[in-house]
Structures are given as C-alpha cells and as structure tokens.
Design a protein around this ligand. Structure first.
Ligand SMILES: CC(C)(COP(=O)(O)OP(=O)(O)OC[C@H]1O[C@@H](n2cnc3c(N)ncnc32)[C@H](O)[C@@H]1OP(=O)(O)O)[C@@H](O)C(=O)NCCC(=O)NCCS
Length: 182
C-alpha cells in the first residue's frame, strides 16, 4: 500500500482545473503522451509510452512530498476532460528552486494559450504557497517549439548539457532555462 505524499496542486481557474493525476487517469494520460511524435519531448522516451512507464513515473511522484504530477482538465458539464499534464518538483536541497520536468497539452487544444496560463498559474502557486523564487526547465535541443514556448514565458538560457539523451538514434543536447520570480 502506497501512501500518497505527492505535492498536491489542486486548483480551479476560470479556464481550467488543476487536479493531481490518479491511477484512474492513466488511460487518458497514456493517450495524451502517445498522441504524436512531438510528445517524445515531454517524455524523453522515443517510443510509445506503456502502462508500466506511466506507473513507474507515478510511483516515483507518489512517495515524494516535493514532486507534483498534475492534470490540466476542462470541466465539461461536470465531467473532467484531461487536456494536459504538468510534472515537476521543488528542489530537495534548495526549496527556493523548482523544476518543471514535463508539460504537454493535447494537440487539439494547443496554441490557445493553455500551456502559458498553466505555467503562469503553477509559478504563482509555487511562489505564494511554497516560497519558490526560481524555476528551471530542461529542454531537448531539437524541440524548437518548446524553446519558443519557454522564451515567451521569460525563461532565459542557463546552460547546456551536451549529448544528454539518445532520441531516435541521435545524441541530443539538453538545454537548461531559468526564470527568476520577481
Ligand atoms: C509546448 C506546449 C506545451 C505548448 O502548449 P500550448 O498550450 O500550445 O502553448 P501556448 O498556446 O500557450 O503558446 C505559447 C507560445 O509558445 C509558442 N508556440 C506554441 N506552439 C507553437 C507552435 N506549434 N509553433 C511555434 N511556436 C509555438 C508560441 O510562441 C506561442 O505564442 P503565440 O501563440 O502567441 O505565438 C505544446 O506545444 C506541447 O504539448 N508540445 C509537445 C510537448 C513538449 O514539447 N513539451 C515541452 C517540453 S517539456
């Protein structure tokens, strides 16, 4: 029996609902991750995600009080439709710092500002409730859409880890970007 310790980020905005991912959401999360090839940038895995992959990620989060794995939902007349996920953690050694390790928006809902609003909302929650002052994200160098996305959100280049990950037989660099919360 696992005790749920994950960092809970339940929140309701005018546009969407943040709710912690639960086992009941796995099928929908898998569908999202496996929706298209671009999503390997959110998973770091260059093949379809399996139930076991998602379960492993989930269990890691579940037992860690600094980790969040949050679904972005739309309220469709009482039924919550999963349209994105956002995952990350508050740093264990320096609790003024947090990482967003993955964000993904259903491609039918992309380019409508949902990713931007979700990140701004997350930053606000982390800052106000947990006193986080600095955010980091890591991005695979080939993900040019992702780079535009984070730049527009005022994340700045911090450093590069060369040949960090193998994706589709290519050794890709990993770019770390940072945003100070004012
Ligand atoms: C990155 C991602 C989360 C953006 O979500 P979104 O809800 O579509 O983002 P927004 O609508 O808030 O877009 C904000 C800005 O990002 C950039 N952007 C987003 N999608 C883009 C695209 N397809 N092409 C070029 N720029 C894009 C644009 O600058 C955009 O601003 P604009 O629409 O005013 O030009 C989404 O594209 C996604 O899920 N991608 C696959 C997974 C991934 O790469 N995740 C990030 C790595 S961790």
């Amino acid at each position: 029996m696992w005790v749920n310790k994950m960092l809970s980020l339940n929140y309701q905005s005018d546009n969407f609902i943040f709710r912690d991912i639960t086992k009941e959401d796995f099928a929908d999360v898998l569908n999202l991750y496996n929706q298209n090839d671009q999503n390997i940038y959110a998973t770091g895995i260059d093949r379809r995600m399996s139930y076991n992959d998602i379960n492993e990620k989930y269990l890691e989060v579940l037992v860690n009080s600094h980790e969040f794995f949050t679904g972005i939902f739309l309220d469709k007349d009482g039924y919550l439709q999963l349209i994105g996920v956002i995952k990350g953690r508050i740093d264990y050694e320096n609790s003024e710092e947090a990482w967003i390790s993955s964000i993904l928006v259903d491609n039918r809902y992309q380019r409508q500002g949902i990713g931007t609003t979700a990140v701004e909302t997350l930053i606000d929650i982390l800052n106000k409730n947990y006193d986080v002052k600095r955010l980091y994200i890591g991005i695979i160098a080939g993900n040019s859409i992702g780079r535009h996305f984070w730049q527009k959100l005022d994340f700045c280049y911090f450093r590069t880890i060369e040949q960090y990950i193998m994706l589709n037989t290519l050794a890709e660099d990993f770019i770390i970007m940072k945003r100070e919360i004012m």
